[in-house]
Design a protein around this ligand. Sequence first.
Ligand SMILES: [Zn+2]
Length: 283
Amino acid sequence: MAHHGGDRNADRDEHERGLALELCLRRRACPMSSDSQYRPSPCCPACKKKGYCSDHAVDAAQHICRRGKPKKFPSIDRIEKNGVRTWMFRTDGAPIDGGRAEVPSAPDALASVQTRHETYSAMIDALGADPLVAADRQSLLARGLSEGDIKAARYFTMQGDDASRAALVARMTTALGHAPPIGVPGFYLLGSDPTVHVVGYGGQGIPVFNTLNQIVGVRVRIAIEDGGKKYVWLSRPSKEGVVGAACEASVHVPPHDDAASTVEVRITEGEYKAHIATVRTSC
Ligand SMILES: [Zn+2]
């Protein structure tokens, strides 16, 4: 539906508005759909950007900005089901119809598989074309994995220092168009400060895949003081005031060829072992 200028066709607009309303009412009746009365914004009145933010399908003054707290309009903060923080606002000064926003879902609710996959993928992408430091690459090659295997499994090096982690979140925010959702384990807020943080483990990152090749979680192999290694999941830190999601137990399905035989399924302990076994036997 055209919103700005141009020679609009009033009949057609009327017809489309009718369709939008019908769709809106139909979707409202479905308890499974969330924010269904909203549709992608052609141009968000708050951040002035296209897409990603939402406009109400019927009420032209009501909007949701997903990029930041609107400066020009009063807004209601909300955390969507997928853990993304958004701001609901009105351009006409009337009270904001919070709708579902009055009962935000728990901010620490675990994000959907799709959101986790997108966020972890963006995190690894944000580390650049070569996300591994030389020592980590060497250790993987020494395990018998090829460069191709390493790339397919999306292994990466996680930097533990504060500056690198803040820079990583900043690059992800630019790439995603919003801050990493705190429903994705490993990303969190401290108190009411809107800055998103990523947990501070330095070590070798191991993406954990499901059967659809989606990254559902991340394990990190970290060096410990006695010279050994331990494995931790990216999850909510146990610091006071942390708002973020805890990870769930996941089964890792190493990168695989969908045409491979599934007659035999091997269950092992440890992501590396599983990947190496898959590479060696191609099943
Ligand atoms: Zn916006």
